[in-house]
Design a protein around this ligand. Structure first.
Ligand SMILES: [Zn+2]
Length: 76
């Protein structure tokens, strides 16, 4: 059906992007988060590298997985 809504579908975390997310970007700020405190952003195929690089450039530990998967923790 054209225009059908999928309210449960995960969306890209990039500002202004409304695409369906396909990847999960798990990250942590070592200066304010403990080792088991992992934040997760979601990204469409177009923005996963943008968001990963954004975090990696700040020296945050980053791990990318398919949407729905989680990580036990991030070493860094
Ligand atoms: Zn996007």
């Amino acid at each position: 059906m054209i225009g059908a809504q999928q309210p449960s579908a995960p969306r890209c975390s990039r500002a202004s992007c409304r695409e369906i997310a396909v990847s999960a970007i798990h990250w942590r700020n070592p200066r304010i988060h403990s080792a088991d405190r992992v934040k997760t952003w979601l990204a469409c195929g177009e923005h996963v590298e943008y968001l990963r690089n954004y975090l990696a450039s700040r020296d945050f530990p980053v791990e990318v997985t398919p949407v729905g998967e989680s990580v036990d923790g991030l070493v860094g």
